[in-house]
Design a protein around this ligand. Structure first.
Ligand code: UN1
Length: 514
């Protein structure tokens, strides 16, 4: 694909190319807030408009979602799984237009847009299997004639706050699981990618209506920070799952904690790849370069730092700098290009400021950055992937900049020193070591090794599969989404003890004779 017939794509997905309403309970759409435009960073043109949800609209949506939850939780989990199975099939049908819209509205490559929809299909498949499990444990009781076990019940209404960079996959990681668990979901997507969210809500609604799923189980509110605040403060929201920056997550966490609600946070990363003298350079280069420039450096798992052994530093950097020379930047729908635009002009400014700051702090530029101009770059959002040699303690290196800037640094001696640098940031999402040395790899994966939620050997920091739990430690927020047992956060756990005797023995052997 090199061009997109956006009118056709929008109509295939039921999105208007003029004003769309920004709040939905499934059957009903409403909105009484301001109108915003959705611009594509690909060529700067306006794709459509959305009338935002107001707090009043939000309150209506929560009311319907709560009613919907009360009905939906009575469905058996396999019956709920059947609906999610059909959603996965619908996503298979819409994969191309949805992938194209993701690519056009967000700016990632068409391949990555398709990949994101594939990630949605995969999580639906995973959730279908899960819908026949959702199991608890049976636990040995200390009292005779007693049976103790745990079960998981539906939790309530789940709020899902997602970011522009994975505008559809992160919604599905949360909702596919939450739905089989028996919850209703209210999605607050990024205002930077509103049309893809409307498309997803339409696809879900097509399937939900055909199955008579109660209204409100799939709800959406596109709104500003006020809506985010309302959702975080709202006692009716049992779980707030938020993906985005550390400051955003901190304010959500504080509001949710204040009302003793549950939150699931997936916040910033500052992901490093360690390259040891025993690394296989054939795989280091594509791994490091894709990690750093893929999605124009706008993944929370993007490779931000390379930590390279001083004995191979010059050799590795020469190959990587050469590889940067091969990178083609341009329209992400053209499959010859490796790197598309960043999301908007604010993002371009953050990129430029970060480069300036790194230089001020003493950074040495190895590959120059800059904003591209001229034919094909009219949107002003195309930037050159840059490489800067730094020291780990620089303030700018300690912070996540959502742009294709790669910081490189040396380590000497043992891999312990590299691990110390890798862990020496406040974030703890993803990490990688490139080595064929078993001892180094195992040390990296040990309890004294990487402190991140994701630690890889001989693959890059980005591109996790849905089957594993996804998330990170420290200021990344500690949440886990997607695979493994991440489903448990969407349910409430209950411990049940049943006495089938004629006696009433007390636990801990306490005597209480009447
Ligand atoms: C994100 O950037 O918020 O592991 C999610 C990855 C993707 C998901 C990234 N599967 O890079």
């Amino acid at each position: 694909m090199s061009a997109i017939d956006i009118k056709k794509v929008l109509s295939q997905l039921g999105v208007k190319d003029e004003v769309n309403q920004g709040a939905s309970t499934g059957k009903n759409w409403m909105a009484t807030g301001d109108v915003i435009d959705s611009f594509t960073p690909v060529d700067g043109s306006k794709i459509g408009q959305v009338k935002l949800a107001s707090v009043k609209d939000y309150n209506k949506v929560v009311e319907t979602a709560t009613k919907g939850f009360h009905e939906w939780r009575q469905w058996t989990a396999p019956a709920r799984g059947e609906v999610v199975r059909q959603l996965g099939n619908a996503l298979r049908e819409y994969k191309e237009p949805l992938g194209a819209l993701v690519s056009y509205e967000m700016g990632k490559s068409y391949q990555e847009g398709l990949g994101e929809v594939q990630e949605m299909i995969d999580i639906c498949d995973f959730a279908v299997g899960l819908s026949r499990q959702l199991y608890g444990l049976t636990i040995a009781s200390e009292r005779p004639g007693h049976r103790m076990y745990e079960q998981y019940h539906p939790l309530g209404v789940v709020g899902v706050i997602s970011a522009f960079n994975f505008p559809v996959a992160v919604w599905s990681w949360n909702t596919a699981l939450a739905w089989v668990c028996g919850d209703a979901c209210i999605w607050k997507p990024s205002e930077k990618t509103p049309l893809t969210s409307i498309a997803c809500q339409n696809i879900a609604q097509e399937v939900f209506a055909a199955n008579d799923v109660p209204e409100g189980v799939s709800s959406m509110v596109i709104g500003d920070a006020e809506i985010g605040k309302a959702l975080a403060n709202d006692k009716k929201i049992a779980l707030v799952s938020a993906t985005g920056s550390i400051p955003m997550g901190r304010s959500v966490a504080e509001a949710v904690a204040k009302r003793l609600g549950k939150s699931l946070l997936e916040l910033g990363g500052n992901n490093a790849m360690i390259i040891t003298p025993d690394a296989d350079l054939k795989i280091v280069v594509p791994g490091a370069v894709f990690g750093a420039v893929g999605t124009a450096g706008q993944r929370c798992t993007s490779t931000r730092r390379l930590i390279i052994h001083d004995s191979i530093y010059d050799k590795v950097m020469k190959i990587i700098v050469d590889a940067y020379g091969q990178i083609k930047i341009g329209n992400p729908l053209d499959e010859n290009n490796h790197v598309g635009p960043v999301i908007d002009k604010d993002s371009v400014n953050n990129y430029l400021n970060a480069i300036e700051k790194a230089k001020e702090e003493g950074g040495k530029v190895l590959v120059e950055g800059g904003v591209l101009e001229g034919e094909g770059y009219e949107s002003g959002c195309y930037v050159k992937p840059a490489i800067i040699e730094v020291e780990n303690h620089y303030d700018i290196v300690q912070n996540e900049t959502f742009a294709p800037i790669l910081y490189v640094m040396k380590y000497s001696g043992d891999v312990t020193n590299a691990i110390e640098l890798q862990n020496g940031v406040v974030q703890g999402l993803s990490s990688a070591i490139m080595t064929t040395n078993l001892r180094e790899a195992e040390q990296f994966l040990s309890g004294q090794g990487s402190d991140c939620g994701i630690a890889n050997v001989n693959i890059g920091t980005s591109g996790a599969e849905i089957g594993g739990a996804f998330g990170g430690e420290k200021e990344t927020g500690g949440g886990r989404e997607s695979g493994s047992d991440a489903w448990k956060v969407y349910m409430r756990r209950q411990t049940n003890t049943i006495n089938y005797t004629t006696e009433l023995p007390l636990a801990q052997g306490i005597k209480f004779d009447l």
